[in-house]
Design a protein around this ligand. Structure first.
Ligand SMILES: [Fe+2]
Length: 245
């Protein structure tokens, strides 16, 4: 699966691309430093001009920097939107195990939001949210899955897990990419924070797989096609009670 590969790559690179190993690669700034030393002459005016150009270059953000900030704004919106969606999914889940998993991840998601705010601060940007079409679409799909499955059934939980895992895979792909871009830009502290969130998204994905495989999917498979939801059963009981009276 593409997202899984991406995240594994991110993890392996995470372990090898450390701050120490990143000190040595020849970067554009290193290159100019080298050439500056080589061409260094007693021409003071020329040197002054050169260092002025260099500081101007530093102040100007690269296109990758801008892309990084845009990606942060996108996932910041997505995480905020997800807090509300997870509450709805928790309320609509059948089993306590899945309700608990959604509740725990909702609390974790609020931490992901504050971590992103720290990242914005670290890179000197204001925390701003930009609408994430992907997350909007994924949560819309989750809503549709809720309306297409019966309340109180295991099939409802199976559907909710699928919807939640689509969200997790999107987040894993996003955070995996953000970690790598942050490292490339030299934002090592920010990369560390984003990596923490990446690990939590991966753990949530694994937990959901475990819930699905251990009991939700097998029990959903045993469910009667004509099975009534718990609310339908309650309504029927009430009708019977009324008739008896
Ligand atoms: Fe998250």
């Amino acid at each position: 699966m593409a997202t899984a590969t991406k995240s594994r790559n991110a993890t392996s690179k995470r372990n090898t691309t450390t701050a120490t190993s990143r000190k040595q690669p020849v970067t554009t700034s290193n290159k100019s430093a080298v050439s500056q030393t080589r061409t260094s002459t007693p021409n003071a005016k020329g040197n002054q001009q050169q260092s002025q150009n260099k500081s101007e270059q530093k102040e100007e953000k690269s296109l990758l920097d801008k892309l990084f900030v845009n990606m942060l704004k996108d996932i910041y919106w997505a995480e905020k939107h997800l807090v509300e969606a997870l509450k709805e999914m928790e309320d609509n889940a059948t089993t306590d195990e899945l309700k608990d998993a959604f509740e725990d991840h909702r609390i974790q998601t609020t931490k992901h939001i504050s971590r992103l705010e720290k990242v914005f601060k670290l890179i000197g940007e204001e925390a701003q949210a930009k609408k994430c079409d992907a997350m909007e679409g994924l949560t819309k799909e989750a809503k549709a899955m809720m309306s297409e499955t019966k309340e109180g059934t295991m099939t409802r939980d199976a559907a909710l897990i699928i919807a939640a895992q689509k969200v997790e895979h999107y987040e894993i792909a996003t955070y995996g990419s953000l970690v790598q871009v942050a490292l490339t830009l030299g934002h090592d502290k920010a990369a560390g924070l984003l990596d923490k969130t990446l690990q939590e998204e991966e753990d949530t994905d694994l937990l959901l797989t475990d819930i699905a495989e251990s009991f939700v999917n097998p029990m959903a498979d045993d469910e009667d096609v004509n099975m009534q939801s718990s609310s339908e059963e309650d309504e029927e009981d009430e009708e019977e009670e009324e008739e008896e009276e």
